[in-house]
Design a protein around this ligand. Structure first.
Ligand code: TRP
Length: 479
């Protein structure tokens, strides 16, 4: 069985080296596994929650899309799309919103942190908090459940959100699944051995600390940023301690074991920090140089990127569309029209028929006739007469029998209680011989010595007889 892996990237920033080592690189590697069915998307609806600068949103979507492609994501194997290209996601989000407990969402860390911050600052608890922020986990649940993902690789801060998606899925399954698992219950995966990279100042590399190394800056810029890495003040020639140097930790994330042990020995032997930074530059430039060129090529042709993403969106929607249809059915948003008659003659049947025609014309003709007869029979069956029960103004119970075309065949007498009306109704359909008597230009159906239902008056006796025939057909037992 294949494992469906799904993860989203919020499009508010420019990818940096930490994103690459911690998320992008492992995701692309995982997507190549034979049994992997990967869904990676730009969470641009989520980006709107955090950012109200349209230019930044747009720039980030472009940069992140180009980054993943430049780094070798195979969009034939993986499904790569923008969340905002899948209208089924916000629609599902609403269905989930209607079952998600407010109390559950009250407990979300991101929302709680905002409330706490307001309280500390003496503000109203809800100051500056949008419904987008509050509902963030529901939208994320829709992302995940729309595609029935098994595994969701995320950072630690997102584990709670995946667990909420699970809760919401369980509740939805329970309410609407009728014993069936409509949604797969997703699981968060935290890659144990991916590096959390230190930034220039030694703290975790993060946009919020402003200590990042951009992934695809020019060589010149990369050199400059690396020169800003903080080191101790040991002079050239003095032994350096690799295990207390985040420059070394950065090197480690990209080096082969042989490169690493060589670098370690050099530092211990007193390699100058300037030279060490140069080694790191060479290493990163080697790792990223080709991808940087692909990145520049991609980003200079945004229209091509648009096309790639639209193909991805179509792939995703081919799954989302029919699944959302099932979910709408499940909650009771259904068409008022009956399901179309199943055509009994499949293309295969026709194909087989044609094959026979080449040799045996006779058999083919018979096969076709049979198929058509079956369709006719199915159609006939689908167009049935029906009983309609109602209550009269005086509160009594009555029913009508309408033929397949909706014409009234019978109107029952008034019954004091619904049970009596139901009994008569049942007996008319039971297949017992009908006692039909012409009366008042129409006819009456008699049961146990009384007229229980009467037809309307007809223009002439031919019309009356035709109606009786339709009545007999309508009440004939169905096979
Ligand atoms: N909230 C995630 C983050 O900030 C991004 C995201 C959105 C996501 N939808 C998702 C991750 C669905 C995994 C699955 O990192």
């Amino acid at each position: 069985m294949t494992t469906r892996i799904l993860t989203g990237i919020t499009t508010t920033g420019t990818p940096h080296l930490g994103n690459y080592a911690g998320a992008i690189r492992p995701a692309i590697v995982a997507s190549r596994a034979a049994d992997a069915d990967s869904f990676y998307f730009l969470a641009d609806y989520h980006a709107l929650i955090k950012c109200d600068d349209p230019a930044r949103i747009q720039r980030s979507r472009l940069e992140i899309a180009a980054t993943w492609l430049a780094l070798g994501l195979d969009t034939d194997k993986a499904t790569f799309y923008r969340q905002s290209d899948i209208p089924e996601i916000p629609e599902l989000c609403w269905l989930l919103t209607c079952v998600a407990g407010k109390g559950l969402l009250n407990r979300a860390h991101a929302y709680k942190a905002s409330v706490d911050k307001n309280l500390i600052e003496g503000e109203d608890p809800d100051a500056g908090i949008t419904m987008g922020l509050f509902s963030y986990p529901v939208l994320m649940a829709a992302d995940i459940l729309m595609f029935n993902a098994h595994k969701v690789p995320v950072g630690r801060d997102q584990i709670q959100h995946v667990e909420m998606a699970r809760d919401i899925a369980q509740r939805f399954n329970h309410l609407f699944g009728q014993g069936r698992e409509l949604f797969t219950l997703p699981e968060a995966v935290i890659e144990a051995d991916v590096a959390t990279l230190p930034g220039l100042d030694g703290r975790k590399m993060s946009k919020s600390y402003d200590n990042t190394i951009p992934l695809f800056s020019s060589e010149k810029e990369l050199k400059k940023v690396i020169s800003l890495i903080v080191t101790d003040s040991k002079a050239p020639g003095e032994p350096k301690d690799p295990d207390n140097s985040h420059l070394f930790t950065l090197y480690q994330a990209f080096a082969t074991p042989a490169q690493l042990s060589e670098f370690r020995a050099e530092l211990i032997n007193g390699l100058a920090w300037g030279e060490a930074k140069n080694r790191l530059f060479q290493l990163l430039n080697n790792e990223l140089g080709e991808a940087r060129e692909r990145y520049q090529a991609l980003i200079s042709k945004p229209a091509d990127l648009e096309d790639i993403l639209l193909v991805g969106a179509e792939k995703a929607r081919n799954i989302a569309r029919p699944f959302l249809g099932e979910l709408r059915e499940a909650v009771g948003l259904r068409s008022f029209k009956p399901k179309p008659v199943q055509q009994q003659l499949t293309l295969q049947d026709v194909g087989r028929g044609v094959a026979r025609l080449l040799g045996k014309a006779q058999e083919f003709a018979e096969g076709m006739a049979e198929g058509i007869a079956e369709i006719e029979a199915a159609k006939k069956k689908a167009k049935k007469s029906r009983f309609v029960s109602f209550r009269d103004d005086d509160g009594s119970f009555r029913f009508r029998l309408l033929d397949a075309a909706g014409e009234q065949l019978l109107l029952s007498k008034s019954f004091a209680d619904g049970k009596a009306a139901g009994m008569v109704n049942k007996r008319l359909q039971s297949g017992e011989a009908l006692d039909i008597r012409e009366q008042d230009g129409g006819f009456c159906v008699w049961l146990d010595g009384e007229c229980v239902a009467q037809s309307p008056a007809f223009a002439d006796s031919a019309a009356c007889e035709a109606a009786i025939a339709r009545l007999r057909e309508a009440l004939a037992p169905q096979e």
